[in-house]
Design a protein. Structure first.
Lengths: 314, 279
């Protein structure tokens, strides 16, 4: 796949903000001394008067965003996922979630693909944390096209939204000329009757690649992209459960509390079936090149293929 | 301050104190001590200072008040009820199931500008409101009331840096320095002193006032009005439990409700004070 174009969704985030800044004059961007890394610097360059650096003070940044939202502005509060969901959790919960304010959180550098910075910065817990906040919408886009569309969908939605973006450049597989983002709707990218692979974020491209390999071996897997983790698309999950009865979930996040857990929540109550979760297995990461880490932690097409075969007993 | 205006404010403050006792007694829980300490401040702000519109509480150019020390909700609610944002009857249902008035301020209550209760957070939201006002050249002013114990929260100082850096002169923070927190004297627990020097060092203009003297309060706010390019911190020296003899300067009245006998004593004291003001 040498001809595949790759881009990190954090770049899509920064570029989308700068693009949408013209259309939405109420859009403001806050950052916590990471504008170069979160790519909100792109917005800052174009709209310096609508960008505020809060310094290395994420708790205050979330509160400032909340206060701005009470006055009708749409603030995007940006930092790494570790600090947005982790350090500032209780401020997001009490100052944004509880009053249900129209704050958008742009969390970049999510997951183990942060790479060399190591475990202190590899946030594999953010989806789990954000899922517990009532009324919080969580979007984990799979590629550049989806990430850009998600940013605009977040602007058009009234209420708090947590958006998760990656540092690593990953394949662009959606066609921007035809792509439509529907908040809360899963996307069936490939139809198959043998097993269902439900993936999110960076793992969607890996799931598609795995499905291609499996098809070559006569195994026909459905591939569903869940870009909105909350509220989750129960309908598409239950359709898959009823059709194949076997689900493999794939996420660049802890297997505790993320997509896998959300899928289990749905099927356990409505249509119990076999679910195998691929994700970070309740361990901390470590330093290394992102691509190598993803392989090491089983977040690869190869491991999806192997896991699918295990579940099918092949 | 004009003597008649001062007397009217003192009468209102007394009624607000009665509302606090009414609310906390009926709730059988809550925070009377700190609420009583800020009763005069709330009276001055809601009845003399702030542009607020009970008939249109969300009016976009209104002045805003964030009760960062959210546990003093009984004080805020009593002031809002007195000002006509909702019926005083609601105070008797404070903290009850299905009640409008939650244990800590909730933005969905008419007149409440921000949900607070987890200390240290309200001041950040107040900064966001003030920043918005600056960006859009809005005429409104933002007031934030913080506890002295609350200053132990690190987020307060993140917000203080932010406010000074952004020259939020449309923000006034009032620090209720009653010297007591749940575990005892603030100087014994984990001292935030010297409070005045700390805010000054963070780039704020700092004023001190007597929390229970409307002349002192007015003088402080008149000085605050004149400050440009800087946020203002007013450190008010207050008496926790002010107005109810047995609650004054007692840490144990931080977060407990009076029983019937204590309620009767408190109401008798406040009624007598009210009567003497009205005579």
């Amino acid at each position: 796949m040498a001809d595949v174009i790759k881009k990190a969704t954090r770049e899509s985030y920064g570029e989308a903000l700068a693009e949408l800044g013209d259309k939405y004059e109420n859009l403001y961007v806050l950052d916590a001394d990471l504008a170069a890394a979160t790519k909100t610097g792109i917005f800052k360059k174009k709209f310096p008067e609508r960008f505020f650096d809060c310094g290395i003070a994420e708790a205050n940044m979330m509160g400032v965003a909340a206060g701005m939202a009470t006055t009708g502005k749409i603030p995007f509060a940006s930092t790494f996922a570790m600090f947005a969901a982790g350090r500032a959790f209780e401020i997001v919960r009490n100052s944004i979630g509880y009053p249900h304010l129209n704050v958008k959180i742009g969390a970049t550098h999510a997951g183990i693909s942060v790479g060399e910075d190591g475990a202190s910065h590899q946030c594999n817990e953010d989806i789990a944390l954000m899922r517990t906040i009532p009324g919080m919408t969580i979007i984990n886009p799979a590629d550049d096209v989806e990430a850009r569309a998600a940013v605009e969908a977040a602007i058009l939605y009234q209420g708090p939204v947590y958006m998760r973006f990656g540092r690593l450049a990953t394949p662009i597989f959606n066609d921007k000329t035809t792509y439509k983002f529907e908040l809360g709707k899963g996307v069936r990218l490939k139809e198959g009757g043998d097993i269902s692979i439900i993936a999110t974020g960076l793992m969607v491209a890996e799931a598609l690649s795995a499905a291609q390999t499996l098809a070559g071996e006569g195994i026909h897997a459905s591939v569903v992209n869940i870009h909105t983790i909350k509220p989750i698309d129960r309908e598409i999950i239950l359709e898959e459960a009823k059709k194949t009865g076997k689900i493999v979930t794939v996420e660049e996040h802890s297997i505790i509390g993320g997509l896998g857990s959300a899928v289990c929540d749905v099927v356990a109550e409505a249509y119990p079936c076999r679910v195998k979760r691929i994700g970070v297995n309740d361990v901390f990461g470590h330093s290394g090149p992102a691509a190598d880490l993803l392989k090491e932690f089983g977040l690869s097409a190869e491991n999806i293929v192997k896991t699918v075969k295990d579940v099918l007993g092949k | 301050m004009d003597a008649e205006i001062k007397k009217q404010l003192e009468i209102t403050a007394c009624k607000i104190r009665m509302g606090i006792i009414e609310g906390v007694f009926n709730a059988k829980s809550g925070h009377p001590g700190g609420s009583l300490a800020i009763a005069d401040l709330l009276t001055y702000l809601y009845f003399n200072k702030m542009n607020v519109y009970p008939e249109n509480p969300d009016y976009e150019d209104r002045d805003r008040l964030v009760l960062s020390k959210g546990h003093c909700a009984p004080g805020l609610y009593s002031a809002l009820a007195e000002r006509g944002f909702f019926p005083k009857e609601e105070l008797k249902k404070l903290r009850h199931i299905g009640a409008l008035l939650q244990g800590h301020p909730c933005i969905h209550i008419p007149g409440v500008d921000m949900s607070t209760g987890s200390l240290g957070q309200g001041i950040s939201a107040a900064c966001g409101m003030a920043l918005s006002g600056k960006i859009s050249s809005k005429p409104y002013h933002v007031y934030a009331i913080l506890g002295d114990g609350e200053l132990e929260e690190g987020q307060v100082w993140e917000a203080s840096m932010f406010a000074a850096h952004n020259k939020l002169d449309n923000l006034t923070a009032i620090i209720d320095n009653n010297n007591l927190q749940i575990d005892g004297c603030i100087s014994d627990v984990c001292s935030p002193y010297p409070i005045v020097d700390k805010f000054a060092a963070f780039g704020w203009h700092v004023i001190t006032m007597d929390a229970h003297d409307f002349d002192s309060i007015e003088k402080a706010f008149h000085e605050a009005e004149k400050i440009a390019e800087q946020p203002v911190a007013i450190v008010q020296k207050s008496v926790k439990g002010k107005g109810v003899s047995y609650m004054e300067n007692k840490a144990e009245w931080h977060g407990s409700a009076p029983n019937k006998e204590q309620y009767d004593i408190a109401m008798a004291e406040l009624s007598a004070a009210l009567k003497s003001l009205q005579d």
